[in-house]
Design a protein around this ligand. Structure first.
Ligand SMILES: *[C@@H]1O[C@H](CO)[C@@H](O)[C@H](O)[C@H]1NC(C)=O
Length: 216
């Protein structure tokens, strides 16, 4: 009898627990809880690709043996950790870094490359220190200005959407070094309820670390 009772109480407790879990594994949140308004920010910096540096900022992964008449044959993958600076000079103040990769995605020979890039911009200075933006898109490098979408972000850039314009400033096609001006246009949120930076980033957006949701 005792065993029977134990079985049933365990059974009902399990049921109760299961229903609690299923009731809390997601929830709808009113966008009003953001307590923030959407704003548009423009950021400009310079992106430096330095292959001739003693510590190169990029690595070419296993270039395919076909189409040797291209500096970056179709299918090549390049991994980058590039310095972002405030001015066109690589020695000017560093404000962040770009990390990610790109693929050579055209079968046309020569320098007229079409690459598909996917990288993260991490800011290391100022209001956006520690926040990141995610860029993913096609880059036809010989065009004067290339546009790529911003597909998201973290920190101050949660819910980010926008685009970047990339414009080559200095390119050494023989060595492979390049300096590219980036103009970022991004919609993101800023809290209207507080003034300090830390609060601006976190207040109103802290439901994203809601203890209920973090148990998933
Ligand atoms: C950026 O944030 C990091 C980590 O919180 C901190 O160590 C660093 O001092 C900050 N840099 C600036 C320039 O505020």
């Amino acid at each position: 009898m005792a065993k029977f009772q134990t079985f049933f109480s365990t059974f009902f407790l399990t049921l109760l627990f299961a229903s609690l879990v299923s009731a809390t594994f997601y929830q709808t949140i009113s966008p009003d809880q953001l307590r923030a308004r959407e704003k548009l920010t423009h950021i400009r910096f310079y992106f430096h690709e330095q292959i001739t540096n003693e510590k190169p900022s990029l690595l070419i992964i296993d270039p395919p043996k076909i189409m040797a008449d291209s500096p970056l044959p179709f299918g090549s993958m390049v991994v980058i950790e590039n310095r972002l600076t405030i001015g066109p000079d690589v020695e000017s103040k560093r404000i962040g870094k770009a990390q990610g990769f790109y693929l050579s995605a055209t079968q046309r020979p020569g320098l007229d490359l079409e690459i598909v890039m996917s990288f993260t911009l991490t800011f290391l200075e100022g209001e956006f220190n520690g926040s990141t933006l995610c860029v993913s898109g096609r880059n036809e490098i010989m065009l004067p200005v290339r546009e790529m979408p911003i597909i998201g972000g973290t920190g101050a850039f949660r819910f980010a959407r926008g685009f970047v314009h990339a414009r080559s400033v200095k390119v050494d096609y023989h060595k492979g070094d390049a300096t590219v001006e980036y103009n970022v246009y991004v919609y993101h949120y800023s809290s209207t309820t507080s003034s300090s930076h830390h609060q601006r980033v976190n207040e109103g957006l802290n439901f994203m670390t809601d203890p209920i949701l973090s148990k998933i």
